[in-house]
Ligand binder design. Structure first.
Ligand code: 8YV
Length: 313
C-alpha cells in the first residue's frame, strides 16, 4: 500500500521520478486550488516534502493532521516551525554537510571577486576601456589579510580551512566560544569587524540573527573592508548595507542572499563595489542532486522504520 505524500516544494526531476514511483503524491505545489488539495490530502498524507523557503508555519502544520515526517530539501529551515512539528511528534529532516563545500567555495569566490573587482575587470577588458584607459584601478590583496567569520559551524569552519590556505588570519564570532577551536574568538561583532579586513556572515537565518550585521558592524569593517553574505538576507541590516556601500563607509561586498529574493533591492544593481549572486551557493549539479537524494532517502528510512539520515528533531 503506497503512502500518501504531499509535495509542498518539488525536488529535481530525477528525485521526483523516484517519489512518483514510490508514493502517491499530492502536488500542492502545482495545485490551482491549493485549499481544495489540502482538504483532500490532509486526512491521508503521512509525509511532506518542503524546502527551507516554504512557510510551514504552525497553522499550516495543523492542516496536515496525518503527517508524521517532513523532509526538507535545504540546510536552512527558518521558515519552518520545527517546534510545532516536534509538539506533534512529527519528524523533520534537512540537508546538512552535502552542500558545505559548495557554500564555502562560494564565500571564497565572492570574497576574491569583490576585493579584486573581478566583474569590473571583466567589463574593463570587454568594453575596450583597457586599451583606451590603460591599467585598471589597483585593488586589495586578500592573501594574508584578516578574515572574521560570523557563524562557526560546519560551513564556517570549511570557509576557515580555505582562508587558511590563503594564509589569512582567521577569527570568528558565535554565541559562545567553541571548545577545541584554536582560532581567535570574538564575543561581539563590532570588535570582530574592527579587527577584520573581511567579514563573512554564515550564521543560520531566522529571528535570532535578524539584523545581526548592523550599521555599526558594517562601518567598523570600514572603507577598505569587505562584507560577504552566504547566510540569509535577514542577517544583515540591508538598508544600512546599501547606505554603507553607496557612501564608501564599507569598501565592498559579495552577496549570495538578499532580503527580497528573487527581486532584490535595485540599488545593488547600480553598485560597482558589490558582487551579486542569485542565492546559488549550493547551485551545482552534484550538490543539488545530493540534497534532493537526502530527501528521498530520509523518507524511505522513515517509512522503513529505520534511523533517519539527517534528523533535526
Ligand atoms: C538553497 C540554501 O536554499 O540549503 C539552504 O539553506 O540556502 C540553499 O541551499 C537551496 O538550495 C534551495 O534553493
Amino acid at each position: 500500500m503506497k503512502q500518501d505524500v504531499i509535495i509542498l516544494e518539488p525536488l529535481l526531476p530525477k528525485q521526483m521520478e523516484i517519489l512518483e514511483k514510490t508514493y502517491t503524491l499530492h502536488r500542492y505545489d502545482l495545485a490551482a486550488d491549493k485549499n481544495a488539495l489540502l482538504a483532500a490530502a490532509a486526512p491521508i498524507c503521512t509525509g511532506a516534502v518542503a524546502s527551507g523557503h516554504f512557510p510551514l508555519h504552525r497553522d499550516f502544520i495543523a492542516r496536515l493532521p496525518a503527517v508524521k515526517i517532513v523532509a526538507c530539501s535545504s540546510v536552512g529551515y527558518e521558515t519552518i516551525d520545527v517546534n510545532a512539528l516536534t509538539e506533534r511528534a512529527v519528524k523533520f529532516t534537512n540537508t546538512p554537510d552535502v552542500l558545505t563545500d559548495d557554500v564555502a567555495d562560494t564565500a571564497v569566490m565572492l570574497m576574491l571577486a569583490a576585493r579584486r573587482r573581478l566583474i569590473i575587470g571583466d567589463r574593463y577588458v570587454r568594453s575596450g576601456d583597457w586599451g583606451r584607459e590603460g591599467m585598471m584601478e589597483l585593488t586589495r590583496r586578500t592573501a594574508g589579510s584578516r578574515v572574521g567569520i560570523a557563524g562557526f559551524g560546519r560551513i564556517g569552519q570549511a570557509i576557515a580551512r580555505r582562508c587558511a590556505a590563503m594564509e589569512q588570519e582567521i577569527a570568528y564570532f558565535g554565541r559562545s566560544q567553541k571548545p577545541g577551536i584554536e582560532n581567535r574568538y570574538f564575543g561581539d561583532l563590532v570588535s570582530l569587524a574592527s579587527w577584520a579586513d573581511v567579514l563573512i556572515a554564515v550564521t543560520p537565518g531566522g529571528a535570532a540573527t535578524r539584523g545581526l550585521i548592523s550599521k555599526e558592524v558594517l562601518e567598523a569593517l570600514g572603507p577598505e573592508g569587505t562584507f560577504i553574505n552566504v547566510s540569509r538576507g535577514t542577517v544583515v541590516d540591508e538598508p544600512a548595507l546599501i547606505a554603507a556601500l553607496r557612501s564608501g563607509k564599507l569598501g565592498s561586498a559579495g552577496l549570495d542572499v538578499f532580503l527580497n529574493e528573487p527581486d532584490p533591492d535595485p540599488a545593488f544593481g547600480k553598485m560597482e563595489n558589490a558582487v551579486l549572486y542569485p542565492h546559488h551557493a549550493s547551485g551545482t549539479v552534484e550538490t543539488r542532486d545530493a540534497m534532493m537524494q537526502l530527501v528521498v532517502d530520509n523518507l524511505a528510512a522513515f517509512y522503513a522504520g529505520k534511523p533517519l539520515l539527517t534528523p533535526v528533531n
